[in-house]
Design a binder for this molecule. Structure first.
Ligand code: NAP
Length: 356
């Protein structure tokens, strides 16, 4: 099968580099266009990017020249599939311009996640919400649209919550995160602030988690999403870990559940109607019975970095149950999530085609 041409906006950043890495051998997509800030435009990717991943920068991409970040100004034909890894302020301006130019913008930023007509999607959780793209005015005008994936701390949590919500219902929850430094992009948090330290504040993170969980677990009516009416209280902390967000969760369910029933809900969770996608893990939620797991160093790459690892399920004296989870923030929490969204859109025939 011929691979579809794709572009990456914000290609030099932490998430942009993950896109380059993940797409290098992707069976359906091929990187054909790159852009970042004006500082990078005109340079080769090799010269513009401080590559920080533990696999080599792909040679073919290293030689590519970064294009201007406006749709009409590119020397290379603009692909109609654009993965975007931009800060929210930049995304708010640029993403609609690429959608207006006829592109499917598969976005990592928070700029449009909570917009009523923009899907906020984890395919294993709420793939049906992708129907919202039909209500975006820009789709009728240019064929383009915007689809988003969640905040990197919401995504791992919601994967673990979905089987519980389906089977028992969720009334309320309390979550406290320990988030990796790579979640802040590059160069991110200054080493003098984080080494040997915990920073109990990540701007807007608690608000994003609380509102995104409701939308992700909400009901799609065919034209809108009704948010899940569960109460969520989040505490977000930055810790001296490179990759992987760990979260301690206490939860109150709508109907009582035993330890065995909760484990069964996680272990039998096989979403996506049995369909295979290149980036979907076999088990989106993996339960570990080890007393001292999950740990970022040992478990962050479970399921190719696309599974949430859950452990330490035990009774909670305040709510019903408590547990710990871990998920990879730049794979499942960012680039991997966006690539999986694009795969689902591709399979359903929703991605616009390049001009012949
Ligand atoms: P980052 O490392 O700071 O990278 C930012 C990228 O945006 C760079 O490629 C930068 O290019 C580019 N850029 C800056 N200003 C620009 C402009 N005016 N026009 C076009 N491109 C511009 O950030 P990141 O961690 O990759 O995060 C990117 C987005 O993903 C953010 O919205 C973030 O919240 C979200 N996200 C991040 C994570 C994570 O774990 N890191 C997880 C989920 C979501 P230059 O190199 O030219 O400056």
């Amino acid at each position: 099968m011929e691979r579809r041409r794709v572009g990456i906006l914000g290609a030099t950043g932490t998430v942009g580099q993950r896109f380059v890495q993940l797409l290098e051998r992707h069976p359906w997509f091929e990187v054909a266009w790159l852009a970042a800030s004006d500082r990078s435009a005109g340079k080769t990717y090799r010269d513009a990017c401080a590559w920080k991943l533990d696999t080599p920068m792909p040679q073919r991409v290293a030689d590519m020249v970064l294009q201007p970040n406006t749709p009409g100004a590119s020397e290379t034909d603009l692909p109609r599939i654009i993965f975007a890894a931009l800060d929210a302020d930049v995304a708010r301006d640029l993403e609609p311009r690429f959608a207006a130019a006829g592109c499917a913008v598969i976005s990592n930023s928070s700029a449009f996640r909570m917009a009523a007509d923009v899907p906020l999607v984890i395919p294993e959780v709420n793939g049906d919400h992708l129907g919202l793209i039909e209500s975006q005015a820009v789709r009728g005008q240019s064929g383009g649209f915007i689809v988003t994936n969640p905040n990197c701390s919401a995504i791992g949590l919601v994967l673990a919550l979905k089987p519980l919500e389906q089977r028992f219902g969720i009334e309320s929850m309390f979550v406290s995160t320990m988030q990796a430094v790579s979640g802040a992009g590059y160069p991110g948090v200054a080493s003098l602030d984080i080494l040997g330290n915990v920073v109990p504040f990540i701007r807007n993170e608690e608000e994003k988690m609380q509102e995104e969980i409701g939308k992700l677990l909400g009901r799609y009516t065919g034209s809108a999403v009704e948010s899940l009416p569960a109460k969520v209280s989040a505490h977000c902390n930055r810790v001296a870990v490179v990759e992987g967000h760990t979260e301690c969760v206490s939860i109150k369910l709508r109907t009582p559940a035993t330890h065995e029933q909760i484990l069964d809900a996680w272990q039998s969770f096989r979403p996506l109607d049995g369909k295979q996608f290149p980036s979907a893990p076999d088990c989106p939620v993996i339960y570990t019975g080890a007393a001292d797991r999950p740990q970022p160093r040992l478990d962050v790459n479970a399921g190719g970095g696309m599974s949430t690892t859950v452990g330490r399920l035990r009774p909670c004296t305040l709510l019903d149950w408590k547990f710990v989870l871990l998920s990879h923030n730049t794979l499942r929490g960012a680039a991997g999530a966006a690539v999986l969204n694009a795969e689902v859109l591709a399979r359903s025939g929703k991605l616009p085609k390049d001009a012949a």
